[in-house]
Design a binder for this molecule. Structure first.
Ligand SMILES: [Zn+2]
Length: 66
């Protein structure tokens, strides 16, 4: 299974409310599950984007509390 296919499935099973929502741009917020490992990702097909969070940017959404 390709990494893109894996992300498609991850997105499909993650509601927006349960997603990471790290901000990439006005149109893209991370759609991976909250607390995921590795890069943030959003979008489908050729619009798929991946990014790492910049430490000097504030988090757009609060970190989960454990
Ligand atoms: Zn993320």
């Amino acid at each position: 299974m390709s990494n893109d296919r894996r992300l498609d499935i991850e997105f499909a099973y993650t509601s927006f409310q349960d997603s990471c929502r790290d901000l990439f741009s006005l149109h893209y917020r991370c759609r991976r599950p909250l607390g995921h490992h590795g890069v943030h990702a959003a979008g489908f097909g050729e619009h798929r984007v991946r990014w790492t969070h910049h430490q000097d940017h504030d988090l757009d959404t609060p970190l989960p509390t454990h």
